[in-house]
Write a protein that binds this ligand. Structure first.
Ligand code: BEZ
Length: 238
């Protein structure tokens, strides 16, 4: 594939940045982002186009998990470079006609942004011209209640996202904040968590001798964190 050499400068927000602000028209009315979401976690994600198969499978999966994300204090906002009426027609088709992996009558209740001008997609680096210059890639921005970008995942057009992983990321980010810990590879609630690196020789020694802490070596220490405790902090009380 011929690489695009000359391209306009496209901003790429990074982890730790304030989420770029925008106003947009969506399938659920106008939104001011991120101010309308202050106090909540939000996943802002893009997809390449309406009425395409991978995107349809993704929307059905995400919509069927919307309540699960809501319980984890997380709202969902989608975007593609299509118009409002295309969005509405596609979401109606999904609800009325599409059955996939046991999901049917799926109603997408979270907002889907129309972005024909690509203004929002460009602000968020969702257009990656060497992949496609007129379609957004599958970008996922995890934004915290203060409007700060905390994690970003990008996928190419051909690869449907793993929504269990997106949920795991939301839970892990909140766990790290609530308990001041880090989460190791493939962590799920109930697994041991990692405590921050020892900042002094004394702390390193103390940790090696602490029976509540499991140190593989002085720099790699884990501790137990009860699953119910994690979930009671991270999930909304029912
Ligand atoms: C899809 O969602 O199926 C798709 C969209 C754009 C390019 C390739 C696949």
């Amino acid at each position: 594939m011929e690489q695009i050499q000359e391209q306009e400068i496209i901003s790429m927000p990074r982890i730790g940045d304030a989420a770029p602000e925008f106003k947009a028209v969506t399938t659920q009315g106008d939104i001011n982002f991120p101010s309308d979401y202050a106090g909540d976690w939000v996943i802002l994600f893009s997809h390449p186009a309406d009425f395409t198969p991978v995107c349809t499978s993704e929307f059905m999966t995400f919509a069927s998990m919307e309540n699960k994300f809501a319980e984890a204090n997380c709202k969902l906002v989608g975007l593609s470079i299509d118009g409002l009426y295309s969005h509405i027609a596609w979401l109606r088709t999904i609800k009325e006609k599409i059955e996939y992996k046991g999901m049917k009558n799926v109603e997408v209740n979270f907002p889907l942004i129309e972005d024909i001008t690509m203004d929002v997609a460009k602000k968020y680096g969702m257009i990656q011209p060497n992949e496609d210059s007129t379609k957004a890639v599958r970008a996922v921005f995890f934004i915290d209640p203060k409007g700060i970008i905390r994690a970003i995942i990008y996928y190419p057009l051909s690869l449907g996202r793993n929504f269990d992983e997106l949920y795991r990321v939301i839970i892990a980010l909140q766990t790290a904040d609530a308990f001041e810990v880090a989460t190791p590879a493939d962590w799920y609630p109930g697994d041991d968590v990692i405590i921050g690196p020892a900042g002094s020789c004394g702390t390193a020694k103390d940790r090696m001798e602490d029976s509540d802490i499991d140190c593989k070596d002085w720099f790699f220490c884990t501790k137990k964190l009860d699953k119910d405790l994690v979930l009671s902090k991270v999930l909304k009380k029912k």
